[in-house]
Design a protein around this ligand. Structure first.
Ligand code: TPP
Ligand code: MG
Length: 321
């Protein structure tokens, strides 16, 4: 097991709390009508995102789906620019034209944020092809939901990645549902990693996605393997504590089920772990909670005070003049 320094553990804890506060604040701003479009929150899944993103190097690349705020925060994108993007402001990471589902930053090798289920998988394979073709030393971490593994892009991308030994970690965030559809109602196999066998690809672990350290270790090993040998399909078992997107009546699951999982809150569990290892005290964790809350409030203020994009900017950053 990796020997984490106190500072690393506290950093991971801070990122998880920062994501939780960001998401809670976004829910409020949505209800106030300040965030438009769809809003998919990452509450409950923080350990998966933070563990996975921490496990890869700066030169590795990341793709994810529309539930992307937590991944962007874990990757270190500026929190002010992220909040500004949520509010569609010109200071946002995508100049206010992407919104919640299209956060991205070239500087961070973070390519988004994609609204079409599975649509980012061929792109991830394409970037990984560059690594092999140009003999560059980087890997690609491609996160997706369980639902994305039932779509055609999944087949095309995993197949080619195996044929060409591409350095990709295909990480399925199995939160048990694709919108209101449980995994077993949409997938022939419930153990999604088994799909690796269809492509002759390394079947990675099913790690506990509610445990940030377990996820970190599993992704680290998978990425090291992928860079040297070729793709891995792995799975993090997780759960979203809130609806699929805002306004989901959640008729597909019981309140009891949600309550049971919420009692296993990954942030609370990680805080307890840090204390048990004597790497942090209640006071230190409370200070980080406070710092995260303040950072989010400052980000909201920055976003609210930022200007909207101009009308002319509609014609910028598009393919056709
Ligand atoms: C190609 C396509 N089909 C349908 C949708 C509508 N849709 C949006 S999210 C979603 C569920 C995907 O579930 P999953 O991949 O498990 O991700 P999660 O929301 O659980 O993170 C669906 C069907 C879409 N965005 N794109
Ligand atoms: Mg899902």
């Amino acid at each position: 097991m990796a020997d984490f320094k106190k500072a690393d553990l506290l950093d991971m804890y801070y990122d998880m709390v920062l994501i939780r506060r960001f998401e809670e604040r976004c829910a409020q701003l949505y209800q106030e009508g300040k965030i438009g479009g769809f809003l998919h929150l990452y509450i409950g899944q923080e350990a998966t995102g933070v563990g996975a993103v921490r496990a890869i190097r700066k030169e590795d690349h990341i793709f994810t789906a529309y539930r992307d705020h937590g991944i962007a925060i874990a990757r270190g994108l500026d929190i002010n620019a992220l909040m500004a993007e949520m509010l569609g402001k010109v200071t946002g990471v995508s100049k206010g034209k992407g919104g919640s589902m299209h956060l991205a930053s070239r500087e961070h090798n973070f390519w988004g944020g994609y609204a079409i289920v599975g649509g980012h998988l061929p792109l991830a394979a394409g970037v990984a092809l560059r690594a092999r073709y140009m003999e560059e030393d980087f890997g690609v971490l491609c996160l997706m939901g369980d639902g994305a593994t039932n779509i055609g892009y999944f087949h095309e991308s995993l197949d080619l990645s195996a044929v060409w030994d591409l350095p990709v970690v295909w990480l399925v965030e199995n939160n048990q549902y694709g919108m209101g559809t449980a995994v077993k109602r949409a997938s022939g196999v419930e153990e999604i990693v088994k799909k690796a066998q269809a492509y002759g690809m390394k079947e990675g672990p099913r790690c506990d996605g509610m445990d940030v350290i377990a996820t970190y270790e599993a992704v680290k090993e998978a990425m090291e393997y992928a860079r040297k040998n070729g793709p891995v399909l792995m799975e993090a078992l997780t759960y979203r504590f809130v609806g699929h997107s805002m306004g989901d009546p959640e008729r597909y699951r019981t309140k009891d089920e949600v309550r049971q999982y919420s009692e296993e809150d990954p942030i609370g569990k990680f805080g307890a772990y840090i204390k048990s290892k004597k790497k942090g005290t209640d006071a230190e964790l409370a200070e980080l909670d406070q710092k995260a809350a303040e950072a989010i409030e400052a980000a909201v203020q920055f976003a609210e005070e930022s200007p909207d994009p101009t009308f002319e900017s509609l014609f910028e950053d598009v393919y056709v003049d």
